[in-house]
Design a protein around this ligand. Sequence first.
Ligand code: C2E
Ligand code: MG
Ligand code: MG
Length: 282
Amino acid sequence: AAKNAGRNRYAYFTPALQVAALNRMRLTNDLRGAVKGQQLALYFQPIVHLATGRIHKAEALVRWQHPLRGMVSPCEFIPLAEASGLILEIGQWVFHEAAGWAQRWRAEVDQAFQISINQSPLEFQREGVGYDDWLRHLRTLGLPGQALVVEITEGLLLDANTTVSDKLLQLRDAGIQVALDDFGTGYSSLSYLKKFDIDYLKIDKSFTRNLAPSSSDMALSEAIIVMAHKLGLKVIAEGVETPEQRDLLAHAGCDYGQGYLFAKPMPATDFDALLRAQADQS
Ligand code: C2E
Ligand code: MG
Ligand code: MG
């Protein structure tokens, strides 16, 4: 595009682009103070066992309450956090927060309760650190690794180096499970599924959105579920918004569903109340 612009070298520096770049710089700057300034919150979204309708797991999703801008979406600030390296600090905060709640809910409500946390490629591949500090913290809490699931994306496994396989092994040794997030949107190669020990596939919401009997997304979802089960993996469908989608997925043998139909991501205290209400019902 630069070459096509020819002599007009100023094509890059249109006001709109300058404003966007400035905006990113300002947000990144604000993000630096967000962790210490207690502007981050961890929200939880239930993951529902489709056959019983019960909640045994939740995905932890970070939120940033900006003092002036209000809620900033992770889609906006996670990329900035990655580019600036702040993602490591945020990831540590998310881990500690999630581990604390997992311990509480397992002790007080459901001893098999599991929390998923997202790891962007940069966090997962961070050099030298490994998950030693996590495992130490889990030992301190007396929390088994089974309390946590780490969500990573396909791209990470596609060009997997030894760092990636080492980290996967380290998680596995500690009992922490692994989920492949946004499955089906990245790369078509499936060979990594036999190469690495993965516990869950998360069907991306772009498939769930268009589910209808004998639609192509239905066929793809069914194929993913059958394949996953044959490989010994459980399947979680993301973005379940309607009872029809839930029923089609349940009928296709999908293990878990997550989406606005069940609940939107919510603050920990609200999720705590939801879990306790469910426990009282049984
Ligand atoms: P993700 O891991 O794929 O998370 C699922 C996203 O789908 C969440 O968006 C969730 O609110 C949204 N969602 C859930 N149910 C529905 C539904 O029924 N319909 C629709 N349309 N959307 C639904 P959210 O919370 O905005 O997070 C966006 C992404 O930001 C996440 O995608 C994840 O990649 C990233 N992210 C969030 N928290 C963290 C974190 O703590 N660390 C890292 N590294 N990334 C995070
Ligand atoms: Mg996720
Ligand atoms: Mg996802």
